[in-house]
Design a protein around this ligand. Structure first.
Ligand code: FES
Ligand SMILES: [Fe+2]
Length: 432
């Protein structure tokens, strides 16, 4: 990749090629818990723009440019009153659509106040996430992902502040091979029941590969398949002559990846050198024990700022004494912290001109091509893929997130297509 391409894919300010692509999709802008009813306005920085989120008198979320149209004061210090957000400098009042409802210093409350339009972006709230659309024209439909169609108590959303460009975080999900190393935890097999050991044997082929490190050389292949909405990612590990272990995920434009086990990672640019990693867990079948699910995240990235408790400043809590026989990477924290070490470690914006990509990076390369093509679509004035306007097209059975053992004679593509045709491609917590 040359420097020009790297800049195209990583810069997301308004007017940049990727910034214009990102603005064609609904993006998570905040968690509902950040904006409780009656709570203060929330400063939000998104895609390089400084904004303020608030709830109007009817509880509806709104997202406005942070600088008041009058003389630029910061509206996040504003008063919530008369159904809208009132600037504390001279009292101008705004609604969630950016209309100026009152200019109290002017005769008649401002005879020309209708000429004022504070920058405003439409919001939608579902499953504990507030989404915003920051693009031109009529917003598309909010995608009916499965986690946005179940009751709110089936979903546990969390977020993690990340000090690097969104693309690094996003590519970390698509880079499915790294699980074998970065997240490898040596299991104490002697403490397990025979059934548990058998389960590991079924899943990984033999226990030595689990209690050793990663796959045996040459036994695993990583694949990518282009879809309309992104790419399907699959790794296949030959266990023996008859059986293969597979693990499949789906990258969905512009920056979401669906991971086996009911988890979704969505990387939203704050600006070019920071992003939010939204981590969403859900179940189709049952309410989640939210306390457990969100506590897990709040232990290592607590509200209100969702900064990780271990990070670059304290070397991500790495304990080298664990590396020999317990935690491969020495970072005895959940996967998102281990991921953070390696994606932030590549620099604020990774220099991709220095990479040496190999066969297991095929999905990463494919994802860049899909993004580049989508950017060109926007430049040519057409909707990029996965901008949904037809309600009939607002369903996504082609998303797969699964793992398991299949007969080695069955091509992985056929196996996944079979799951899709049965409506079983996307396995969540309760079905795994
Ligand atoms: S700067 Fe906001 S009302 Fe004057
Ligand atoms: Fe990871």
């Amino acid at each position: 990749m040359d420097q020009g391409e790297n800049e195209v894919l990583t810069r997301t300010d308004r007017g940049t090629p990727c910034g214009e692509l990102m603005r064609r999709y609904w993006q998570p802008a905040a968690l509902s818990e950040e904006l409780p009813a009656g709570g203060p306005p929330l400063p939000v920085r998104l895609l390089g723009e400084d904004l303020v989120m608030f709830r109007d008198g009817r509880g509806r979320p709104g997202l406005l440019g942070v600088h008041c149209s009058h003389r630029g004061a910061d509206l996040s210090y504003g008063r919530l009153e008369d159904g809208g957000l009132r600037c504390i400098y001279h009292g101008w009042l705004y609604d969630i659509e950016g209309r100026c409802l009152d200019q109290p210093g002017e005769p008649g409350g401002g005879e020309h106040r209708d000429a004022i339009r504070q920058p405003a972006y439409p919001c939608r709230e579902k499953s504990g996430v507030i989404f915003a659309y920051m693009g031109p024209g009529e917003p598309p439909l909010l995608p009916h992902y499965d986690w946005l169609t179940v009751p709110d108590d089936h979903v546990a959303p969390a977020k993690l502040f990340s000090e690097c460009n969104y693309l690094q975080g996003n590519e970390g999900n698509i880079d499915i091979f790294h699980n074998n190393y970065l997240h490898f935890m040596k299991r104490d097999l002697s403490a397990m029941s025979e059934t548990e050991v058998q389960g590991i044997r079924d899943r990984f082929g033999d226990v030595e590969r689990v209690s050793g490190r990663g796959p045996s050389p040459g036994t695993e292949r990583t694949h990518a398949q282009l879809l309309d909405l992104g790419i399907r990612i699959c790794k296949v590990r030959r266990m023996d002559a008859e059986r293969s272990y597979i693990r499949a995920a789906t990258f969905v434009l512009p920056s979401m990846t669906v991971i086996p086990g009911g988890s979704i990672n969505w990387h939203v640019p704050i600006d070019d050198t920071h992003h939010w990693k939204y981590i969403i867990t859900f179940s189709r079948e049952k309410a989640l024990d939210k306390e457990t699910a969100t506590m897990r995240a709040s232990e290592w990235a607590p509200a209100p700022d969702y900064r990780p408790l271990v990070g670059k400043a304290n070397r991500y809590g790495q304990d080298r004494s664990l590396m020999q026989d317990q935690v491969y990477c020495g970072i005895d924290y959940p996967n998102p912290i281990q991921d953070l070490c390696v994606v932030e470690g590549a620099g604020r914006v990774q220099d991709r001109t220095n990479e040496h990509l190999v066969e297991s990076d095929v999905p990463v390369v494919a994802s860049r091509k899909v993004l580049m093509k989508a950017i060109r679509d926007v430049q040519e004035g057409i909707d990029p893929p996965h901008v949904i306007r037809d309600p009939e097209a607002n369903r996504f059975p082609q998303i797969v997130a699964t793992f398991g053992v299949i007969p080695s004679a069955t091509p992985w593509q056929d196996h996944l297509e079979q799951l899709v045709s049965e409506g079983q491609g996307w396995q969540t917590l309760a079905t795994r």
